[in-house]
Design a protein around this ligand. Structure first.
Ligand SMILES: Nc1ncnc2c1ncn2[C@@H]1O[C@H](COP(=O)(O)OP(=O)(O)O)[C@@H](O)[C@H]1O
Ligand SMILES: [Mg+2]
Length: 251
């Protein structure tokens, strides 16, 4: 197995409250890993650990060992900005910048110093092609991104992440604000993207996890109850709590 993240004995506290309790997890490269579990169980907290987004929350303390590509991602001299470039993130509500479609994608590369117009054009086109949006927007690159549908906005946000050439794309409930057709497009896209990227997705939709993920992690009250191959976890859960959850007896 080709591990991209190795997490060992992770504990996370918001002030006095422990939100993540002694979790170990290995995340495989070029696979889709899904996080499922009832609301408030720590899915968003845990996914934010992977690119140190929790650093931005005051009162948040974490301990344990987190290796990204074999390096301690929480070491004092680790470059957090680079980590967040390599481990990009897409949120629940599409959040395009209030600027043109083109500029949304070019923004990150420009900040990194790419100035050449032809080079930017190429990054923009490739990112939009990879996010399955190019055909829909190629004739309206100068229009505001705010005029796109919700599903298109979410694919634009994925394209914006791709433009930074990440290794990993984190997605926290990326389809929960979308209609079924837009959701289907994002699901198809995720399956395509794993050829090139490692995907970690939080979803409250178990069917979605079953459809698109290779590995599934089931959380409850800050604990990792079960983690393994998705088909196995859904077909023959090892823990009775997992079985109760996936058969819909609570949640
Ligand atoms: N910024 C925060 N400050 C304090 N507590 C938080 C914060 N974010 C989440 N929590 C708490 O941590 C627990 C896990 O939350 P979260 O990771 O958002 O769960 P999920 O994404 O599974 O719904 C919850 O009890 C929640 O109230
Ligand atoms: Mg959440």
């Amino acid at each position: 197995m080709d591990a991209i993240f190795e997490l060992k004995n992770i504990n996370l506290y918001y002030g006095q409250t422990q939100a993540i309790k002694g979790i170990d997890m290995t995340i495989e490269r070029n696979k889709v890993t899904a996080f499922i579990g009832p609301s408030g169980c720590g899915k968003s907290t845990f996914i934010r650990i992977l690119n140190r987004m929790n650093d931005l929350i005051p009162e948040c303390k974490i301990d344990g060992n987190i290796e990204f590509e074999g390096q301690n991602a929480y070491a004092k001299d680790y470059d957090v900005i680079e980590l967040r470039t390599k481990v990009g993130m897409v949120f629940q509500k599409p959040n395009p910048f209030p600027m043109s479609i083109y500029d949304n994608i070019a923004y990150g590369p420009r900040c990194q110093g790419v100035k050449n117009k032809a080079q930017l054009d190429e990054i923009v086109e490739q990112s939009l092609r990879r996010s399955a949006l190019w055909d829909e927007v190629k004739d309206r690159m100068k229009e505001s991104a705010m005029g796109l549908s919700g599903g298109q906005q979410q694919r634009l946000c994925i394209a914006r992440t791709i433009a930074m050439e990440p290794e990993v794309i984190l997605m926290d409930e990326p389809t929960s604000a979308l209609d079924p057709i837009a959701t289907q497009k994002i699901e198809d896209l995720i399956v395509e993207l794993k050829e090139l990227y490692t995907i970690v997705i939080v979803t409250h939709n178990m069917q979605q996890a079953a459809r698109i993920s290779d590995n599934t992690a089931f959380f409850m009250l800050g604990e990792l109850i079960e983690f393994g191959a998705t088909d196995k976890l859904f077909a023959t859960p090892q823990n009775p709590k997992t079985e109760e959850y996936i058969t819909g007896r609570f949640g």
